[in-house]
Design a protein around this ligand. Sequence first.
Ligand code: BDR
Ligand code: CA
Length: 336
Amino acid sequence: MNAPKKVIIDCDPGIDDALALMLALSSPELEILGITVVCGNVPAHMGAENALKVLKMMGRMDIPVFIGEQSPLVRTYVDAMDTHGDDGLGESHYPQVTEIRPSEGAVQFLARTLRDAAEAPDEKKISIIALGPMTNIASLIRQYPDSLAGLDELVSMGGSYKSHGNCSPVAEYNYWCDPHAAKEVYEAFSTLTGKQIHMVGLDVTREIVLTPNLLEYMQCLNPERGEFIRRITRFYFDFHWKQEGIIGCVINDPLAVAYFIDRTMCSGFSAHTEVETEGICLGQTVVDDHDFWKREKNSVILTKTDSMRFMKFFFTRVIGACEEQVLEGLMGRVMR
Ligand code: BDR
Ligand code: CA
């Protein structure tokens, strides 16, 4: 196997962020240098506490957690506790972790880590998997523009191309929460680095639905992790039923992690993308798929995924199911 890729996970845990962290922590392809937390689903301090709860459950308290930006660049902060519960983990109310504590200074941690990697060959540079609003990353670029020299790849869960929004008819929550940050980061990728943001948006994440059957199956195969997932997702299930009439819940963020590890998990195309910061389209990603603007292709827009493949990936890693159990369970019974 190749050397693990060095990553920082920037997130706002958040129920699906917690699942994404579990997946990342179960993946030997990743060396997680730190978890940076931004205000999003919940305030940054609460998100950091939740990241610690996941680390404790996974037995990985060696990974440092940093608290980042407490409010969006321009907009008034709007959390998503209606979706994620008053503790951000589906009102599971797991006890606070006291053995280790988060540090302040997420943006400084990002800057330092990227700066140290600036001279490194590409395979040793640092990638960021961004699972929340892009405020920490926009602040990084504003305060330390040179730090992108140490960046390998940026995968962002956010935005949508053809799919409808989840905060307005056109906007996805992470980019809607801080559209100015998202705009600045996409702009930076058009002008500063020549690299592309991998946009894992609602077009693909909407395909990833955790159902009651899958949850039951997880609990049978791995009672400890299954129980944790059941406790944190129950509230999410109720929300999806009331809001979208779905029995189950869309889990967005883990797909970004799966895609970072295995590029065949999603497919799409390169294009120039802009983010709207005003009016009724606030937070919308406008993807120039016909190249009208003749501008730098700053993004890879993911449009297709295979939910069965994703579930196999998740079950073998997070639940520790063997290939046969996954085939029998998912294909034979549970996903029918
Ligand atoms: C995104 O918004 C948050 O609520 C989720 O954690 C995910 O990152 C989906 O729109
Ligand atoms: Ca998130």
